[in-house]
Unconditional design. Structure first.
Length: 458
């Protein structure tokens, strides 16, 4: 990035950051990367240290940050990080294109990072690197990728501390009935939603709007599509900031894929390719229809969906969301504006795009976008034929099913030739181990459901 160019006029240049630090307007810089679980991890640096030292030299963090479970426990099975290897450091490589203000925090800016080894080679298992490599692959074929993520969450009146003490049960949702598209329902939570929308706009995101969803207290804030890497960067910042802003309002919110027996939190991902010159490649205006390239891309995403579902649904809980008649897909099919399908095609002309309805709110956006690109580019390279659109109810269509459990998805990913060709053995083994860790952790737990059913009656 040059000292004057930014992603848009709400991102910061180094000159602007320097002026703000010199005047006392900024005293803290968050240096963060996105981990396997999709969380921002990193450090808060004093702004003067950031300018004088970190801006040129970067900073570092322990490589266990890409080898822990959700509870930050060190776990076995990762080739890149272990006690035998000594848990050394990774370098945080600043991407100054991501420099932004965080107006919900006092005098704070943020920059996002790539990860590198001491010899400056990239950490291949880093989610951001995985996506960037698929974008390079697309560029070699003459394409750039644009995407938008639609991330749902459920708002509760309880603080995070109170929710923890209640073991996340019996919480009070911000709405007591289905508020899908409800203006009144949205107004109930508008102080929080407005704060999130405006804070994210100030942080450089192009906010579309917010709307109610089906579950009690469930809402969505939408953002305008952008370059796929920009979208993933923004998604990671938004997800963290939304939780922080909810806490400042004395509330809590969750992005988990399935909080209760009602509708889960989805993260529908819209994706399209353009030519490197910005030309439309998914639509033939003269013929008024999809291009063969578009069909090959969608066919590739569908063909690889069983193999790559692990990157769309990375947790045990992810698979609870796949329920018939729930607006979450259960079958691998595509349709024209058909919300019962795993892949929904919408738009015409420059707006023609595919919507992947498999990911939930717990998805890592870098990994999901990388998987969609890997699948779609596989379809283009192999010129895969697109099956006819499904008309009607995909839930009762008899089409092949989306993997029904993390164990099934893990097996398909580990044995996938397409995944290994696209991502490399190191990445496949790394994320297979992540699934193994999650499966082992869940397998060791006696759940409340088991206790209620079995303590006295069995």
């Amino acid at each position: 990035m040059s000292e004057t160019a930014t992603r848009n006029d709400r991102h910061l240049t180094i000159d602007q950051l320097t002026t703000a630090i010199d005047s006392g307007g900024i005293d803290t810089v968050v240096v963060a990367f996105t981990d396997m679980q999709g969380r921002l991890q990193g450090k808060r640096l004093h702004a003067r240290y950031f300018l004088d030292i970190a801006l040129e030299q970067g900073t570092e963090g322990c490589n266990y940050l890409l080898g822990v479970d959700i509870d930050m426990n060190t776990v076995a099975g990762y080739a890149m990080t272990s006690w035998d290897r000594g848990y050394g450091d990774m370098g945080f490589v600043l991407d100054l294109d991501t420099l932004r203000l965080l107006t919900h925090l006092p005098a704070t800016a943020m920059v996002q990072c790539d990860l590198a080894w001491p010899d400056r080679s990239p950490v291949l298992q880093s989610p951001r690197t995985i996506l960037k490599q698929q974008m390079v692959r697309a560029a070699k074929l003459g394409f750039t990728a644009f995407a938008g993520t639609e991330l749902e969450f459920i708002v509760f009146e309880d603080t995070y501390e109170a929710a923890f003490e209640a073991r996340y049960q019996g919480l009070t949702p911000a709405n007591q009935y289905n508020v899908d598209y409800s203006i009144v329902g949205g107004t109930r939570v508008e102080p929080l939603l407005r704060d999130i929308r405006n804070t994210m706009y100030s942080a450089g995101m192009n906010v579309e709007g917010s709307k109610g969803e089906c579950n009690f207290g469930q809402h969505e804030i939408g953002f305008v599509y952008d370059d796929a890497l920009v979208t993933a960067d923004n998604h990671a910042v938004y997800k963290t900031a939304a939780k922080e802003i909810a806490a400042l309002h004395g509330k809590s919110l969750t992005f988990m894929a399935k909080y209760d027996q009602r509708e889960g939190n989805s993260c529908h991902i819209h994706l399209s390719l353009r030519g490197i010159d910005g030309s439309v490649v998914f639509w033939d205006d003269g013929a008024g229809k999809r291009t063969a390239l578009y069909d090959h891309f969608v066919a590739g995403v569908l063909a690889t969906m069983p193999d790559l579902t692990l990157l769309y649904a990375p947790n045990i809980n992810s698979y609870k969301r796949f329920a018939d008649g729930s607006f979450a897909p259960t079958t691998i099919a595509w349709g024209e504006d058909n919300r019962s399908c795993a892949v929904r095609l919408v738009g015409r002309g420059a707006g023609a795009r595919m919507e992947n309805r498999v990911p939930g709110g717990d998805v890592n956006p870098y990994l999901a976008l990388a998987a969609m690109l890997a699948g779609g580019l596989h379809g283009i390279e192999k010129e895969l034929a697109l099956e006819p659109a499904l008309a009607g109810n995909a839930y009762t269509s008899g089409r092949p099913r989306v993997p029904g459990s993390l164990r099934d998805a893990r097996g398909a990913f580990a044995s996938s030739e397409v995944a290994r060709a696209a991502f490399g053995d190191e990445v496949v083994e790394h994320y297979t181990n992540m699934a193994d860790v999650e499966l082992a952790a869940f397998g060791a737990v006696v759940t409340d459901w088991e206790l209620r059913r079995g303590f006295e009656r069995m």
